[in-house]
Design a protein around this ligand. Structure first.
Ligand code: ADP
Ligand code: MG
Length: 728
């Protein structure tokens, strides 16, 4: 009789690719299911269109009459797309997205009904907020929260539902989601950056942050996935010996994409295109069965909505193709994990990318200003940057020789390093002579040339300058990019604000503007030097060097999350108008809880699998061996039987050793879990789960994986890595 695992494997081999046709050219399909500007122009009366444009661009509120008109137009358009329902689409702190569907349909008399959707329903809704995490913000007396429309991200139709991007807030106004603080952070950086731009160009009235994410993921066949309780419940394989062939050959990267996978990609990409997500590239990643999707960058809030949508689409569409998508940061030990690089920059309403060197000395000084300020912001707030990417899943990846270490540093390339060193050394303390200024201007003027041969591509840095943007590489693949983007834009806003004050003070004291800016930049370069690192971030030497420099190496999530309650952090977020201390405290608690929950579930599944799957299979095999040895003894007699059964006897003993050690570790883990569960304080409990519970995982797994190698393949209950990673 075949085991469940073998049946699953047979299913995989019988699969054929599922092909779906789309009519028309991609360019014609792009954004077809989105209520974007062009559609609005067509559906809205001109007055409403004008208010809507203003609302999108400047965040102004629509009055009730306009909102009614927009709602009605949205509905009319959605009906042409076959929509029957609408929903407020939001991003609660669970990490995924949430929806509550309502029908347009309204009975108005016997046998009579209409489709209706008014401004009131568009602007605000009350989902049952008590079922979403709130970190204690809403006690039972204020159990109401509501969602409020975000006009800056366009509504869209998925299936038969009109989805309206919204923020999610408590009745008392505290944010319960990722979007609201993100919008506030984007607003803060817009204001601060626009003011600094005014030194260089009076035409700049708005600065937008841009985000280009790169989503990595694994695909596993659905049948194999279903035969692995650990994958089903935790998204990662808690057991499994590495396949004989791993990623050593590196033959998967950019390799040919197998048909079944291609068909899956084609479908989700087309659905993404219909939703206006600009997906363009498609390739394999380093590990077997690992892939990446990287659309073109967009305005940060929209890009983030698109990432969440895409993750959702992938999961749904994967099932149609008999795959499961694994977004976990480390589904398989021994092969690379998955990240989500966040490419980030700032650009102006005049079309200038502030992190790209310009054509003349003036615009280069502007580039340099933003460039140096971001380095300084990273230097001053590296602990927050570390905290915003902390998660149970990402702990497996950071510092594991495949992803940037848990030490935050910035890589800028040798050319720009030289330039910064030059400014640090050569800007004179006293008043600058005209010659000094000319020389400096010449140096700064050379930036575009030196950047042309900037071929440095340091892949080991968590935060790297890549020519015209920074790439934050430490973000985990499951993360909501908003976590990283809230932090990055907030610390940049703070830094730019401080910079403006310092430069203005210098100007007031009589320094010329350019000189004041340069002197201030020199100061920032000096102060932030230790965060710059050009070497190998994966190396052990870096850990030593970083300690010498006084940089922190917070290896696990509970330690990294501590920073959210530090006074300098709560002050910063409060001053920038992004999150209040109460909101931060709630978030910290939710993150501790989520960490605890994840480790707890992993621990439970581990015990279950050991107890109810691995041990029975091992005993089966052991009995088979024992029977064999007994047979040898009875046929050959004791002496010859012992001789003939030497390997089997040795195997029986080896199996017993691993079995007992595995069981003992599993029992020890259970005891630690019970002890940890008695702790009330979220932070202490998270630390207990990290130091006392999780610590047993490796030992349990070590013995289980040894047993996998010893036990008859026919009897082993869990699909093996070679099956999960190499079957298509
Ligand atoms: P990789 O890291 O795989 O080598 P690239 O370095 O080419 O890829 O990065 C490409 C990513 O950077 C894309 O997702 C792209 O959209 C994004 N990107 C390019 N310019 C910007 C920008 N100004 N702002 C934000 N993201 C950008
Ligand atoms: Mg990248």
């Amino acid at each position: 009789m075949a085991t469940k695992r073998q049946q699953a494997y047979q299913d995989v081999l019988n699969r054929t690719p599922k092909h779906i046709d789309y009519d028309g050219r991609i360019s014609d399909l792009f954004g077809k299911n989105v209520f974007h500007m062009e559609v609005m122009r067509e559906y809205l009366p001109s007055e409403a269109f004008k208010s809507m444009t203003e609302s999108i661009q400047n965040g102004t509120r629509l009055d009730r009459k306009m909102a009614d008109q927009v709602a009605s137009a949205m509905k009319d358009w959605a009906l042409t797309k076959g929509a029957t329902h609408y929903t407020h689409w939001f991003q609660p702190l669970t990490g995924s997205t949430a929806e509550k569907h309502d029908s347009f349909f309204k009975p108005v008399g016997p046998g009579k009904a209409i489709e209706r959707f008014e401004g009131e329903l568009l602007v605000q809704q009350e989902p049952d907020a008590s079922s979403f995490p709130n970190g204690g913000i809403r006690n039972t007396f204020e159990a109401r929260g509501y969602t409020a429309w975000d006009p800056s991200s366009p509504a869209f139709v998925i299936g038969k539902t009109l989805c309206i991007p919204t923020i999610f807030i408590s009745y008392t106004g505290e944010s319960l989601d990722y979007k609201m603080p993100l919008l506030k952070a984007l607003n803060a950086v817009d204001q601060a950056a626009t003011e600094v731009c005014q030194y260089f160009d009076k035409n700049v009235t708005k600065v937008i942050a841009t985000l280009g994410w790169e989503q990595e993921y694994f695909l596993v066949d659905q049948a194999l996935f279903n035969a692995r309780p650990d994958l089903m419940m935790t998204g990662r394989a808690l057991f499994g010996h590495s396949a004989a062939k791993g990623q050593q050959l590196e033959d998967h990267y950019f390799g040919s994409i197998p048909d079944r996978v291609t068909e899956f990609m084609r479908e989700y990409e087309m659905e993404a295109i219909l939703l206006g997500i600009p997906v363009t590239t498609r390739h394999n990643e380093v590990a077997p069965n690992q892939f990446e999707c990287a659309p073109m960058f967009e305005e940060c809030n929209l890009a983030n909505d698109h990432n969440l949508l895409l993750m959702d689409l992938m999961e749904k569409i994967a099932r149609k193709h008999n795959f499961r998508v694994l977004l976990h940061e480390k589904p398989f030990a021994g092969v690379n994990g998955s990240g989500k690089h966040n490419n980030w920059s700032l650009s102006t309403n005049t079309g200038v990318n502030l992190l790209a060197p310009g054509k003349n000395p003036k615009s280069n000084l502007q580039f340099l200003t933003f460039f140096v300020n971001i380095i300084k912001a990273i230097h001053d707030h590296s602990d927050i940057l570390r905290a915003c990417i902390a998660s149970a899943g990402n702990d497996h990846r950071l510092g594991a020789n495949e992803a940037p270490p848990a030490i935050i540093s910035a890589f800028i390339g040798s050319q720009l390093s030289t330039l910064l060193d030059d400014i640090e050394l050569n800007v004179k303390a006293g008043k600058m002579t005209p010659e000094d200024k000319t020389e400096l201007k010449m140096n700064i003027g050379k930036i575009p040339q030196i950047m042309l041969d900037n071929t440095d591509r340091n892949r080991t840095s968590p935060f790297a300058f890549t020519g015209n943007k920074f790439e934050f590489r430490a973000v985990g693949s499951t993360a909501n990019c908003a976590s990283a983007m809230i932090v990055l834009n907030t610390i940049m806003a703070k830094q730019l604000k401080d910079f403006k004050v310092s430069v203005d003070t210098r100007i007031d004291k009589g320094e010329a503007k350019d000189e004041a800016i340069l002197k201030e930049l020199q100061k920032l370069i000096k102060e932030s030097k230790k965060i710059r690192f050009e070497g190998n971030g994966y190396g052990e030497e870096w850990v030593v060097e970083a300690t010498k420099r006084g940089l922190k190496n917070l290896k696990d999530t509970p330690r990294a999350l501590k920073v959210w309650s530090d006074k300098h952090v709560t002050d910063l977020f409060n001053d920038m108008g992004v999150l209040t201390p109460r909101e931060l405290e709630a978030r910290q608690e939710i993150e501790f809880d989520s960490y605890i929950l994840k480790i707890q579930i992993e621990a439970r599944i581990m015990s279950d699998v050991v107890q109810s799957m691995i041990i029975p299979a091992v005993i089966d095999y052991q009995n088979k061996l024992i029977k064999n040895v007994e047979g040898l003894f009875s046929v050959l007699g004791d002496k010859a039987g012992k001789e003939a059964g030497k390997s089997q006897i040795e195997l029986i003993q080896r199996i017993a050793v691993h079995l007992n050690k595995m069981k003992a570790s599993s029992d020890a883990m259970l005891m630690s879990r019970k002890a940890a569960n008695k702790i009330d304080h979220a932070e202490e409990k998270a630390i207990a789960y990290c130091d006392k519970v999780k610590i047993h995982f490796d030992e349990i797994r070590y013995h289980a994986d040894k047993l996998e190698l010893l036990v008859d393949d026919e009897l082993w209950p869990l699909p093996k890595f070679r099956e999960m990673l190499f079957t298509r």
